[in-house]
Ligand binder design. Structure first.
Ligand SMILES: [Zn+2]
Length: 254
């Protein structure tokens, strides 16, 4: 697995941004975390994006109070942590929003004005690679926080989206489990009862990459994946578990 670029970049960018001598305009949007006081072409790109997202912002290339306010409006609308800063992951999410050009957001804006992705992001990958059925659902047995996907032990488990591995651990009930963070949506995906884990904290698997195998570790009476979906900002970080069945079905699982 590759190293955690998405984690390292904001730190580097934050240090760079603190140095006043950094020349403006060298960066492309998504190469650094943008915040109040930053200048450059990437800030201008961000301001164009905000305007495309119906948050009209002067494209003056300076991250001023107006830009902060509009970034916060966007973050509130998208249920993201409201900090007025734009990480590379958040910038990608904004570009995707514009590329998707949901009419609800920009009724009059032509889709082609956005920085179009040549290949739209994958819709995601079903987490269990093989035959499966659904077991206990969200809320079953009083407070079940996820959806059980019954499948043979040893079947590959795949990352549902481009993610960063946030946690790899073993606990009595959960067994071997991983927490995957989607920096675009701010959501976390939790896989439990794994027999094998192929990733480490900080890894950045892409949608479809193998992250481990179906197992029966912890408190499980049959081989299955216990899958949880947590709203931004994620697992025990202020988000809450939601019923993941609609999300799983959207990934093509039966
Ligand atoms: Zn379960």
């Amino acid at each position: 697995m590759r190293t955690a670029l998405s984690r390292a970049v904001p730190l580097v960018a934050a240090v760079a941004a603190a140095v006043p001598a950094v020349p403006a305009g060298a960066a492309d949007l998504g190469e650094r975390t943008l915040e109040h006081g930053d200048r450059g072409d990437d800030v201008r790109e961000l301001q164009d994006l905000l305007t495309d997202l119906d948050l009209r912002t002067d494209a003056d290339g300076t991250f001023g109070a107006d830009t902060v306010a509009h970034v916060k409006s966007y973050e509130r609308r998208e249920d993201l942590p409201v900090d007025g800063r734009v990480s590379p992951g958040q910038a990608r999410g904004m570009q995707r929003r514009v590329a998707d050009a949901d009419d609800a957001f920009s009724p009059t804006d032509p889709v082609t004005s956005g920085p179009a992705d040549p290949a739209p992001a994958a819709a995601g990958t079903y987490p269990v690679d093989g035959a499966h059925t659904y077991g206990d659902g969200f809320g079953d047995r009083g407070g079940h926080q996820g959806q059980d996907v019954m499948a043979d032990c040893g079947l590959p488990l795949r990352a549902v989206n481009d993610v960063t591995v946030r946690r790899v651990a073993t606990e009595a009930a959960a067994g071997r489990y991983i927490v995957l963070h989607d920096s675009d949506s701010g959501e976390d995906y939790v896989y439990m009862h794994m027999s094998a884990v192929d990733v480490a904290v900080g890894d950045t698997p892409r949608a479809g990459d193998k992250v481990g195998e179906v197992g029966q570790t912890g408190d499980a009476t049959a081989c299955h994946l216990h899958f949880e979906e947590w709203t931004a900002p994620g697992w025990y970080a202020g988000g809450h578990a939601k019923d993941p069945l609609a999300f799983l079905r959207s990934l093509g699982g039966s």
